[in-house]
Design a protein around this ligand. Sequence first.
Ligand code: ATP
Length: 255
Amino acid sequence: MSAGANKIALSLREVHKSFGEAHIIRGVSLDLSEGERHAFIGPNGAGKSTLFHLISGQFKPSSGEILLGQQPIGGLAAERINRLGLARSFQITNIFPKLSVYENLRLGVMQRFGLQYTLWRPVSGFSRVRELTEQLLEQVRLTRHRDTLGGELSYSEQRSLEIGMTLASDPKVLLLDEPMAGMSREETDYTVDLLRELSAGRTLMIVEHDMDVVFSLCDRISVLVYGQVVATGTPEEVRSNAQVQEAYLGTEVNV
Ligand SMILES: Nc1ncnc2c1ncn2[C@@H]1O[C@H](COP(=O)(O)OP(=O)(O)OP(=O)(O)O)[C@@H](O)[C@H]1O
């Protein structure tokens, strides 16, 4: 964790979400420190994606509070939450396949400044956009693919591009939903390394099924079962928690 680790970047307080009769998130409370890398794990259907949707503004909590720093964000529109400093990726890759890597990233940067894709904006505005786009290109290690169409990148490069677009708003808090899904071991290792680099100075929250990733990348882990956090702790604490072994990891799984 980086300096300033004691400041709270994101707080969930007794967050609930129901869809009709179905009570999916059942009282989740959690504080994430600035600079912390935190993973949510849990069985399929536990509510991990729903929790992400609540934090990033796709869903409104039925009750409870969500704070970004000191600012309550529960129920605000996704775009507003993004402007306040929280960005997220989705389980599915979300890039523009017919645009080049550079154009994809530039769109993300332009969005940050509220710029439309027009030709009559002042050039001065664009030079900053260009500068930031170049920076992002380098950060996500795609400089050599700058003119490649998004759709022609390999799967893991597309995920890197998507992470770059997520970073375009320069978020303080970054939510990534299964960033390694569908990757080979080699691609996963590469992406873990990239994420370590890119998340420096930010708070990272990921949902991830790959336990090697979770245990090596994250400072703390929360285990969600039926919409409730049954354990939160360091990888060592979670690994040795008997309730977690039973409820999720399975006593035969050696993690
Ligand atoms: N919009 C919705 N309306 C009704 N039920 C929903 C809605 N969204 C999610 N659910 C239900 O909420 C539960 C939790 O789903 P969610 O996708 O959050 O789980 P998850 O932990 O992310 O699972 P996975 O690991 O498979 O992605 C599921 O039973 C799902 O059917």
